[in-house]
Write a protein that binds this ligand. Structure first.
Ligand code: UFG
Length: 338
């Protein structure tokens, strides 16, 4: 059976495609290139030596979705990455976020249902835990969100839960990502944010290659070991492997289940700067500025459930993440160019 990968040209999508293709899976890929470029898929083909069918299509286009399922009746499951993902942007453009992430997902689920495809692996986020009451975070912690982006992730989890209550043939595996960074070890695919990066690690690597001058560290007065924010950084190759494990689990089960995908270890902003400097020999200029509104002090996973149920654990550490992200950024200072 084939796997439909929505948003396959993005950062996590491309790495997951490599993982699935190398495991011998057949994939069909769709993307609207709203935040990605075709070159990324050419690179996936180069790494794996494998080809796949691609549709340039938008989730809001029901006819296009129907055509994908009609032309590929052997699709048995969907890995659903497609969606907008910037917290700040979601506060400025909530309609766009709800339309894309919620209406788009509803159209996808409806088309799946009408074509008898009832297995989905969904990209959720640690953002659904809001301000966690403690760390490490377990899957049964209370859920609350503080911005439209997070709301779309939590709403989609709830939509999937209701669909499953109404139709016991459905299966949804919800993966709650912590902070994915790093890149494929080939240096051919990696994170390619549009404009100035919002997230810490692409910012560090762009300072590393001289594209940006100075990192701004958002606050050094948090109650953490050095005062800067602590996160659970996970290598994107480990995250990609979690999707393979989730699909294997979905093949043999029904119902809904939720998994934290993180390493279980927290590193501060300055820990990451120092690790990157140590691994690459480069210097990262930085200045401490005010806290970024909405940020929390500490966020890291308890990944025990993913280990016990999916048989998944993170293999890579921050040294690998720094080395691989730097290789990608050095080889592709402008990201994908076409
Ligand atoms: N940071 C800086 N300077 C920067 C960027 C970030 O100091 O230029 C700090 C932040 O304050 C935070 C840490 O680096 O302490 C990580 O920030 P990121 O923006 O890289 O990541 P977040 O943890 O804020 O957000 C990420 C994803 C969200 C997701 C969230 C879930 O980007 O999509 O994790 O917890 F919702």
């Amino acid at each position: 059976m084939k796997i439909l990968v929505t948003g396959g040209a993005g950062f996590i999508g491309t790495h997951t495609l490599v993982e699935l293709l190398e495991a011998g899976k057949d994939v069909v890929v769709m993307d609207n290139f709203s935040n990605s470029k075709p070159e990324s898929l050419a690179r996936v083909k180069k790494i794996t030596g494998k080809d796949f069918k691609f549709y340039e299509a938008d989730m809001l286009d029901t006819a296009a979705l129907d055509r994908i399922f009609e032309e590929n009746p052997d699709i048995g499951s969907v890995v659903h990455f497609a969606g907008l993902k910037a917290v700040g942007e979601s506060c400025e453009q909530p309609m766009r976020y709800y339309t894309n992430n919620i209406s788009g997902t509803l159209k996808l689920l409806d088309s799946m249902n009408r074509h008898g495809v009832k297995k989905i692996v969904f990209s959720s986020s640690a953002t659904v835990y809001g301000l966690p009451k403690s760390v490490p975070i377990k899957e049964d912690f209370p859920l609350k969100t503080y911005n439209p982006y997070g709301e779309t992730k939590l709403m989609t989890e709830r939509i999937l839960s209701d669909i499953i209550k109404a139709d016991p043939e459905w299966c949804a595996v919800i993966l709650r990502y912590f902070n994915p960074i790093g890149a494929h070890s080939s240096g051919l695919i990696g994170e390619d944010p549009k404009g100035i990066p919002n997230n810490l690690f692409p910012y560090i690597t762009q300072v590393g290659v001289g594209k940006l001058k100075k990192l701004r560290v958002f606050g050094d007065d948090y109650p953490t070991h050095d005062g800067t924010g602590v996160r659970d950084y996970i290598h994107v190759a480990d995250l990609a492997n979690a999707h393979l494990k989730a699909l294997e689990y979905a093949e043999k089960t029904v119902g809904i289940d939720y998994f934290n995908i993180g390493t279980g270890k927290g590193y501060s902003v300055l820990d990451m700067v120092k690790a990157y400097e140590r691994i690459t020999g480069k210097t990262i200029a930085y200045e401490i500025v005010d806290r970024r509104p909405g940020d929390i002090a500490e966020c890291y996973a308890d990944p025990t459930k993913a280990k016990e149920v999916l048989n998944w654990t993170a293999k890579y550490g921050i040294d690998d993440m720094c080395r691989d992200a730097d290789r990608w950024q050095t080889n592709n200072p402008e990201g994908y160019t076409k």
